[in-house]
Write a protein that binds this ligand. Sequence first.
Ligand code: FCB
Length: 467
Amino acid sequence: MTINIDRTRHPGAAAPSQRGFLWGASTSSYQIEGAAHVDGRADSIWDVYARPPGRVKNNDSGEVACDHYHRYPEDVALMRELGLNAYRFSIAWPRVLPQGRGAPNEKGLAFYDRLIDTLLAAGIEPWICLYHWDLPQALDDLGGWQNRDIAGWFADYAALIAKRYGDRVKHFATFNEPCVFTLFGYGFGWHAPGVADRAALHKAIHHVNLSHGKAIDVLRASVPGARLGAVHNRQPCYPCTKSPADAAAALRFAEYWNDAFPLPQHFACYPPTLAEAVAPYVQPGDMAQIARPLDWFGLNHYSPHYIKADSNLIGASFGAPPDDVPRTAIGWPIVPDAFRDTLLDIHKRFQLPIYVTENGTAADDTLDAAGGVQDDSRIAYLKAYTEAMAQAMAAGADVRGYFVWSLLDNFEWGSGYSQRFGIIYVDFATQRRIPKASARWYADMIAAQRATKGRSVRTNRVEAAEG
Ligand code: FCB
């Protein structure tokens, strides 16, 4: 596989990173940090949601997770060994602003200083995501994403982060997968804060969009040279059967999953069904405030969806994929062509540099007799998906970087620690990190890519000199 980057397609867009193609890894605060009540961090909605027995598999929580809060130097050293040149992580809002607003927590802010400085010293570009689902509980007590005031609270939080880290960090994402935390957290009740209510869902969707636009303004004004975006899932939503009901459900589901956030944020409009549902919460000027210019499009993609009609509050839910579609350990369909098509579709619609901000797979990883992890199914998945990305790029998609999900096995939301997504195995009893075979594969692939690129640069120079 050779990645060819055609920068001529976007002559107006400055390269968002000066480092060429980025090969990185992604994580999120609640899933890896642990230290949930250390150094002044207050509860997030996930701490509270996970507390009553029966909500998360095995009653797991992020209380300790990978203890990355204390072990980040080892984790950064591992990234460096693998040759990664970028790392996307999120800030725990309740660590830096325990009440969500008001007095900042210096000890929490200092943790991210240490992390950022360690990354930079290792030659790894830090990419900050402001929100990966761990809302301060204190703000949920005031209505959370259902309260329109949250747009101001989020903008103030963005200002704090911009002021503190904007001298060293240039790449910021506002939200990670807003469609998932709104739909699962306020529509289906499967994620924190566990609400299942039509009005709550639609209020949350609009207030998240508004918060995004306000935070973009703040980041743009306070970080010189900022490169700003948001991280979205996009994936084809296929009807499970040929029935007209399933076909209609798939279209409706796609509005919530694929378009509820990118459309307002890029084109100042909601998709049709949603436009009606959010109308009561939209005030004059909101759509212009939401649609602020962005520098890149962040894509999280794992699989396509197979959707069926349902009596739930959006009339659509996940159905089973056809029997002949292979699936990962967590049951997600493996269809690399859907990834290629999604990248091309994003390129066509949004005309921005694309970063794949998450892609990867769960696998049934176990330590072998030699103390290693031979995760061949993950290698096969990553190989197929990075090849699909190369095909999309060859066909014109302007992809500038790829972040594997995830660096470490971690707290996989409702599945707790039962699903391992890392390229590095974590023995949660001892916190020992063991790079899996896929980590070696990834490191070798990155090295080979750089060698190829180096060769072609040299060749071009020789050709130019020979003229
Ligand atoms: C994505 C989430 C991430 C992780 C992966 C497996 O939807 O952004 O936190 O859970 O799925």
